[in-house]
Design a protein around this ligand. Sequence first.
Ligand SMILES: [Zn+2]
Ligand SMILES: [Zn+2]
Length: 592
Amino acid sequence: MTNSDISAVFDHVADLLEYQGGNVFRVRAYRNAARTISVMVESLASVRSDSYRKLTDIDGIGVDLAGKIETLLDTGRLPLLDDLEAKIPAVVFKLMRVPGLGPKKVKALVDELQVDSLDALEQACREGRVRDVKGFGEKTQAAILENIGFAKSPEHDRLLWEEADAIVQQLLAWMRECPAVRQAEGAGSWRRGRETVGDIDILVDSDKATAVMDHLQAWKECGDLLLRGDTKTSVRGPRGVQIDLRVVEQDSFGSAWQYFTGSKDHNVRLRSRARDRQLTINEYGVFRLVPGADADSKPVKGAAVAGRTEQDVYRAVGLPWIPPEIREGGDEIGLADRDELPTLVTIEDIRGDLHMHTTATDGEATLGEMVRAAIERGLSYIAITDHGQRVTMAHGLDAKRLQQQWGEIDRLNDSLAEEGRSPIVVLKGIEVDILEKGGLDLPDAVLEQADWVVASLHYGQNQPRERITKRIVEAIENPCVSVIGHPTGRLINRRPAYEVDMEAVIEAAAKAGTFLEINANPWRLDLNVPHAAAAKKAGVKLVISTDAHSTRGFDVLRCGVLQARRAGLEKEDIANTRSLDQLKKLIKRGNL
Ligand SMILES: [Zn+2]
Ligand SMILES: [Zn+2]
């Protein structure tokens, strides 16, 4: 079994345990293990066979999960999953993908209406049978009908960028081992850093296409062959994703890389710019157009003027190189033409992380473990922001427990300072809940003592647009609130954003000086790109936060940075690129 097979098994177990109403922490342990494994570059089999290491060395893999991995590697099956599958109908898995349908509702639908597919559910809604089930009603039925398309859409089956990235990195490492390969690079939507990736495009520079394509087929993760031509091969890769490999000559590598990176809209505009300059541009290079044989015929392709590098290709049409993340056919060519391309924020620019959880609520690591991990990652400040009391499921903090945690943070900062030059400052924070009826779940008198307050909306997500907008705008206007966490609540592939007037939210944030978050969790990436760009335009500062629930949770920072880059954001636009002193000046309360 490959890592992705094992990851899929654990994900499935998590779904089924969740359906059974299993322990939240147990569900999360499987879910997190699935994610860790899906983005691991090394195979679990090789970790296991290495006599110097153990599976339990992997972050988040305890003795129990390590045993299950060994069983899977040995037998290809997991008795726990077989048990669960014997008890739970297969359709449950699909129904739980409908936004708004939790385990309890799914169980009711299966028990009462014998719903056995998404189509059957849709039909039951249309026939008005769902509203009569206990706990449902007209409104819920309408919501299911509206959301069922989301679960059925193949668009929501695409890999998250982070998952695609794990595959691309392994594949490139493998391809670069082939002696016939001069260069190997990824292209397409992966390279543009899109939230999700459909197919994976790989480009190789080589004179020996046959050897290169054979090498791809020899990859241990390579599935079915879909197509094989002279210079192009398509295969199924891990998790069923289609991988397209193209082999090109050295002189065309840059133009092919540019061409297959896309986007289509960007390339259309680039081609038209080339034509204005009597040039033509394609995956083989940039060519001069020369007059046809007679006066009436179209111009024909003449000598190549560029193709070896992407820089050459852009230079040939009078442009500087454009970062892939903004090649979406917006105004990037105009900006490049006027020499006004943004200097996009980089991961090295980020100095602190201002949203994370510990074992005090639903995190997996203690305060001390989170701080050590943050120091290892070179962060110079972090804010501990466990949940407020409303999030009972996560054992949210009331004022008393919060004060205790802050006392602990004070002592920790003191002891770090005693060790000499303190490597990190830990801020006393909280993720307060924006309540269903409005207001926050902790009193201002408590929040005033915090260094940093994230306000987020976790409940009442089905309320009408005006209600939700009002709740968020009020939180923005509260002088204690530093930032709004995951402002639209969407989960990519799983749940659309709640109804909210983002224009009003951005306007209120600009006026109050409250920051908006770009939550870097690959399922969230919230704000999305258009909203983040609009926030910048309105003068709102953004904060890129990991919302880490474990020490490896810090690793998603790069996903948030990519999102910010795609929105055209610069270092200046992101509050946590500042030093702590500068950040304090930027926070609206300034009482840090
Ligand atoms: Zn949250
Ligand atoms: Zn959080």
